[in-house]
Design a protein around this ligand. Sequence first.
Ligand code: EPZ
Length: 426
Amino acid sequence: MDKFRIRGGRALRGTVAISGAKNSALPAMAAALLTAEKVTLHNIPKVRDLITMSKLLAFMDAKVSVTEIPSSDYVIEALTLNHAEAPYELVKTMRASILTLGPLMARAGIARVSLPGGCAIGARPVDLHLTALEQMGAKITTSHGYIEAKAPGGRLKGAHIRFEKITVTGTENILMAATLAEGETILENCAREPEVTDLVHLLKKMGASIEGEGTSTLRIQGADKLRGAEHSVIPDRIEAGTFLIAGAITQGDLTIMHCQPKHLCSLLAKLKQVGVQIDVVDDSTIRVHNGVDLTAADVTTEEYPGFPTDMQAQYMALVTQAQGVSAVTETIFENRFLHASELMRMGANIGIEDHRALVHGPTKLSGTTVQASDLRASAGLVLAALVAQGETIIERVYHIDRGYQDIVEKLSALGADIERVHAPSV
Ligand code: EPZ
């Protein structure tokens, strides 16, 4: 199992290009199941979750071909859907496999999808996905760890649905299901994340009739069938945010290209409040510099356009270097402070009360061996290691490979002393 070895203390300098968004590419690939025609996707990040999704689609008889140079382009053709099943073996490695449930129900009227189970950051149930599908007429049972779903008459019916809680993949799943349902579907209290809007753009290119993207209410007119399309997914705002903090925490000077500043407003505002100098150079470039004399600032994670929970761990690492006490409140997931105890092993001074962490700073971090527990926690530990004295070993970095393309290469090119150590699995 690979590890990262990082020696801290170097200011990062230079330019880094952001890859496509994992959380946009995943639903886009699932959406290809909605048509028998070719769907071509550009700017797909080279991360493990996308490989898992392509294995899943192939398991369902879809043809998936990938061209790697220069970025990943996927051509997906789900001519037939004879195998409307997502097996546990694949789903257990990637919860987002649940995103195939809506398209399978819409296109095949039947689906057998393994329940994703919990993960390090929380129980993460999918009850809201299932309740909404039942409102569209689906008959759903769960047994032996699987969701068995069937649409009477082979077709879902449009419905007026209000999500009890804002859910990103729940919105995406039901949105896709509604594109081939009979009649109109109205979805209320939807997620407004840019990745949801990006999915709407793809579905519209496939011939779907959708209104309200970017708002909390979506209105979808079901179609008899959808066509193929070509689409380039948006840049990864969480990868961009991670590099913004890498520039700030190392007191470096970075130019972040191929990103979308308009998707990062809450983070940029918070970094300015902490005292980081941020220049939005143009609509795809941000410069971050002068991360000295940082001042503590509280943050509360929220649904978009609020402060993203997927940036919480990285932000916590940053404010260990800020003057004063920052209260970091996590409202989306019930168990998303696992990185805090690892940061404390590096010398951070953090007190946890329920969903709130009080980060006292500035503290001198020192290198040691730490464990990555999930994708974003690993990113937070990498950032802390970049400023820690001496050497840090981060174990179980397979977590980070799920969602960051070439992070070691990108950081090294900016001057970081980082290497991947291939260690045999015990
Ligand atoms: C998406 O997960 C992202 N994943 C997550 O990114 C991200 O953290 C999350 O949205 C929040 O922004 C993808 O897009 C693939 P939710 P998702 O449904 O859709 C509860 C990363 O690091 N809930 O919006 O699974 C749930 O438990 C990942 O890239 C229910 O109770 O998150 C949570 O508390 C991590 N019942 C809250 O809602 C449901 O049926 C929000 O979860 C669904 C959700």
